[in-house]
Design a protein around this ligand. Structure first.
Ligand code: FES
Length: 158
């Protein structure tokens, strides 16, 4: 697999991150976040880049990317709805919210609209159960979701 080289700007950012850790490998999570921020998602090439940069096996990077839903393995829309489907949210209408988003955007969970504007992902507990149903909209958490909130977000980002 070809290893893609980081841009000078990203490399500088990664060096700053790793300088805060005694062992480079301990910076894996923040390094992955920075790479995802820069590239939009974590491709197999990005996994290889990160592995080479940190001096760890690619499989170690891959395992982390697959484990955390915060890392995307495909390019996501500019407005990304990550809706929690775990028990507290499920009991308070998460499925209805997901179905509403699917209907409004004409996509299924796990898909991105053809214009690249929106993505929908089902995720597990976001740790904000007291405000169920909850989603992460890009970096922002939104709780006590209802269809009106979803409609406003879709209209604002269309
Ligand atoms: S169950 Fe949805 S945030 Fe915890």
């Amino acid at each position: 697999m070809e290893v893609v080289i980081f841009t000078a700007e990203l490399l500088q950012q990664l060096d700053k991150i790793t300088s805060q850790y005694e062992q480079r490998r301990a910076a894996l999570l923040p390094v992955l976040h920075a790479v995802q921020e820069d590239r939009g998602f974590i491709s197999p090439e990005s996994e290889a880049d990160v592995a080479q940069y940190l001096g760890i096996p690619v499989v170690s990077v891959h395992e982390v990317v697959c484990f955390y839903h915060l890392f995307h393995r495909q390019k996501k829309g500019k407005c990304h709805f990550s809706v929690c489907q775990t028990t507290a949210c499920a009991l308070r209408g998460a499925e209805e919210i997901i179905e509403h988003i699917e209907k409004r955007l004409n996509i299924k969970s796990g898909e991105t609209t053809p214009d690249g504007k929106f993505s929908l992902t089902r995720v597990e507990c976001l740790g904000a159960c007291e405000t169920a149903p909850v989603m992460q909209n890009n970096k922002e958490y939104k709780g006590l979701l209802n269809k009106k909130m979803i409609d406003e977000l879709i209209d604002r980002n269309s």
